[in-house]
Design a binder for this molecule. Structure first.
Ligand code: 17E
Ligand code: FE2
Length: 411
């Protein structure tokens, strides 16, 4: 198959892409179609590596209002709402909702997903469902599953046992939630437990870390220190880290040295944390997003996640990473021309590093032919014009396509 005339990753010149046996065979200008070869004309359109959803909760998606709505808009009321919904969870219910969500994601050019799955459930229903889905959906979407203790590890009955069982069942990564634990001691112990579990079973780590506006919430320093000392380093990810927004600058300056040494990854969720954070403030009201711009300036890897699709923590969302980037650039004040142009990396190449996808991710000869084509010539324009994903190819197979809506102004 031959894809004609794309701007690969914002390059001003265009290239053709030849796909053979599911791989990128050749990427060069003016490739001549072979006899019988299928040709898709994408002249002037943007080709990118596939979008990556590096932080979402698929087990909770599409449950907003069931059985109650989150009235306060806080993380903590969201956890209460979910706890009620969890009582009625069945494997089929999880699978039906995840199928719907994954199709929304596919339509928007997502091919890789890291999902946190709540394991504070004695039956581990959602974990079982997601592990089955990971296999069932293997050809269309790559799913990484994090064992996520929503209601705490040391603050939840049998929490450590549930975590270890989930890992033995086949979770890819180990989570924690230090800011939700009853005490600082529990917070520290739970992070230590999480890192030790990952070492024992050779797993990645992704912690919901300091998702609170409390400037005293210091789970991050513990996680980064353990990542550094254990040698797990870039196998570790700190998600949310919204308390860093509220830390004093002297502390952040000191902390930054450890963060760099540790080589950990960060995931920020700008849609959801602009909604959840600052809820106990009057005015001025904090934005509550971690210091993305400053982390990037220090050479630290940061990606953006959607976090939620229509659930107790976020009443909107269509699983579109373009919306995430749009909000993130505003709230992080990353609106320089080049920052906007490069911002697709926050939901592609940077996220690939976090997920440890390796060298097989990316548009280059020899790699699996996985990429997307957007209805714009570069990402700046795609973001501004809310351009559709015209095609999503995974391993050389078209898994989604769109025909842009025709609109006319009649004057
Ligand atoms: N659970 C949590 O602890 N934090 C979140 N942002 C979501 C679920 C969505
Ligand atoms: Fe989350």
């Amino acid at each position: 198959m031959l894809i004609k005339g794309v701007h690969i990753e914002n390059r001003p010149e265009t290239s053709d892409i030849r796909i053979t046996d599911g791989k990128f065979e050749e990427i060069a200008p003016d490739l001549v179609p072979r006899p019988g070869e299928e040709v898709i004309d994408c002249t002037g359109k943007l080709a990118l590596p596939p979008f990556i959803e590096s932080h979402v909760h698929l087990d909770t998606c599409l449950t907003a209002g069931e059985p109650v709505w989150n009235q306060s808009g806080t993380l903590f009321e969201g956890i209460q709402c979910w706890s009620l919904r969890k009582e009625t969870l069945t494997k089929q219910d999880v699978k039906d909702r995840v199928h719907r969500a994954v199709r929304m994601q596919a339509r928007n050019g997502i091919q890789f997903v890291r999902t946190h799955v709540d394991v504070t459930d004695p039956k581990l229903t959602a974990m079982e469902a997601l592990l089955e889905l990971r296999e069932e959906l293997r050809d269309t979407i790559d799913i990484q599953v994090v064992a996520f203790p929503q209601e705490g590890i040391d603050s939840f009955p049998n929490g450590r046992q549930l975590m270890e069982t989930a890992v033995k069942m086949g979770a890819d990564a180990v989570g924690a939630i230090p800011h939700f634990e009853f005490t600082r001691e529990y917070a520290v112990d739970s992070v230590n437990f999480c890192v030790e579990l990952a070492e024992k079973y050779d797993k990645l780590v992704d912690v919901h870390c300091d998702e609170i506006d409390d400037e005293q919430s210091r789970g991050l320093e513990v996680l980064a220190a353990r990542a550094y000392e254990s040698g797990l380093k870039d196998r570790v990810t700190a998600s949310h880290t919204t308390a860093m927004h509220s830390y004093n600058n002297a502390y952040v300056t000191k902390l930054m040295r450890l963060l760099k040494l540790s080589e950990i990854n960060f995931v920020s969720n700008p849609l959801v944390n602009t909604h959840l954070q600052g809820r106990m403030d009057t005015y001025p009201k904090r934005r509550g997003i971690t210091r993305v711009k400053e982390l990037l300036a220090e050479g630290i890897n940061v990606s953006f996640g959607h976090d939620d699709i229509f659930d107790p923590w976020y009443p909107l969302g269509t699983g579109n990473m373009r919306d995430v980037v749009f909000m993130g650039l505003h709230v992080c004040q990353m609106m320089g021309c080049q920052e906007i142009m490069d911002s697709y990396k926050l939901v592609s190449t940077n996220a690939a590093r976090t997920l440890h996808l390796g060298d097989s991710y990316g548009i280059k000869a020899g790699n699996p032919a996985s990429f997307i084509v957007l209805d714009a010539d570069n990402f700046y324009n795609a973001l501004n014009q809310k351009s559709e994903v015209l095609y999503s190819f995974k391993n050389g197979r078209m898994i989604a396509k769109a025909v842009p809506a025709a609109r006319e102004v009649l004057f």
